[in-house]
Design a protein around this ligand. Structure first.
Ligand SMILES: Cc1ncc(COP(=O)(O)O)c(C=O)c1O
Length: 369
């Protein structure tokens, strides 16, 4: 079911009923977890790791052009997107699956590879989406603290979960923005239980200089890589992502993801973004520059933070993080969220220069107040 053609859609009624169940789990749980509090129109939104730069010019033009053709399913446009990405990355097109953002691919993979007998193994603190889904399929959730350098502790993950069905590695990790060396991911893949799958979520990989795990997909390993257009490409509200795996593994991963066509706006915008070869290096540079300036300011003012390689970072508020988050919201600056294992730390997204200046003013005021 590589690209949701109309023919395959008609044939897959069983998967369609799974999709119906799936929808019930994602809506209330993830929406509730991610819901943004009501805010003023001019609020500084640095709480959800969005990209303030938005979609690039070529993506906006492509969406405007396609709008009048929005009455068509037009799955050939998804083929264009898949072929474009496959060519750029040196993958075969059947290992590239376009999804409506990466969340559906992540959740479907948890459903596919975990069960009451096969656990879901993740880092703590880590991105929580899989945590919501694993218990739904009766899977044990194994939270493994990060190492001292905030990398995934792959040896502890292996030791703690001999029953693993799915190892979730987020690289760079959300919320720390820190990297796990490629050699550690290779070690995990080489030493995992035979039937377990390693999922590497590369939502933020473009903001760092880290190598991708796509080489492991190309080598046919038990590895699923997730990518999204929500972050560096600034398309969170437009919804486009990829699941990348050898074809038979990709089929299994998406078995529970429901069947759907991709929105034409999302696929043309994504294709245009991929073709803009300056976009990623330029945005990586802009993000790194504003992030470093923010870190210098935090250093000058004696605040502790985790040096991130992504478009967000954790800062220590030395009090319940939630209280600081609420106080910042009163200053019209939305930050968040807080992870239970680090209750005094709050995640802050790197916004524009102007937004980070507003962050600094508000942060100083509430920390001193
Ligand atoms: C690590 C990680 N993976 C996946 C996602 C989901 O992204 P989307 O569904 O917008 O592609 C997010 C969103 O913030 C994320 O932080």
């Amino acid at each position: 079911m590589p690209r949701f053609s109309r023919r395959s859609f008609l044939h897959l009624t069983a998967a369609a009923s799974a999709a119906a169940a799936f929808r019930g789990f994602t809506e209330p749980m993830l929406a509730a977890a991610a819901r943004r509090r009501p805010h003023a129109a001019d609020a500084v939104l640095i709480d959800s790791n969005e990209n303030p730069l938005g979609p690039c010019r070529a993506a906006c033009d492509a969406m405007s052009t396609i709008l009048p053709k929005g009455n068509r399913y037009a799955d050939s446009l998804t083929d264009d997107l898949v072929n474009t990405f496959a060519q750029i990355e040196g993958l075969t097109p059947d290992s590239v699956r376009a999804t409506v953002g990466s969340t559906p691919a992540l959740l479907s993979s948890v459903m596919a590879f975990t069960s009451p007998r096969r656990s879901y193994v993740t880092a703590d603190p880590g991105f929580e989406a899989g945590l919501y889904m694993a218990p739904v399929v009766g899977a044990r959730v194994v939270n493994v603290p990060l190492t001292k350098t905030h990398a995934h502790d792959v040896k502890a993950m292996l030791a703690t979960a001999p029953d693993a069905g799915l190892f979730y590695i987020c690289n760079p990790n959300n919320p720390t923005g820190t990297l796990t060396p490629h050699s550690d991911i290779e070690y995990l893949v080489a030493n995992k239980p035979k039937d377990a799958i390693v999922m590497v979520d590369e939502a933020y990989i473009h903001f760092s200089e880290a190598p991708s795990a796509l080489d492991l997909v190309k080598a046919g390993k038990d590895v699923v890589v997730l990518r999204t257009f929500s972050k560096v490409y600034g398309m969170a509200g437009i919804r486009c992502g990829f699941l990348l795996a050898r074809p038979e593994l990709a089929d299994r991963a998406l078995e529970h993801g429901g069947l759907n066509f991709m929105p034409v706006t999302a696929v043309v915008a994504a294709t245009a973004s991929l073709k803009d070869l300056q976009l990623v290096p330029e945005r990586r540079r802009i993000n790194a520059s504003i992030r470093h300036q923010t870190f210098e300011w935090l250093d000058r003012n004696g605040y502790s933070y985790i040096p991130s390689e992504s478009n967000f970072f954790l800062v220590d508020t030395k009090r319940p993080g939630k209280d600081l988050r609420d106080a910042m919201a009163k200053e019209n600056v939305l930050i968040g969220r807080v992870w239970p294992i680090m209750p005094t730390w709050v995640r802050v997204t790197v916004g524009t220069q102007e937004e980070m200046e507003k962050f600094q003013t508000a942060f100083q005021k509430v920390m001193k107040g």
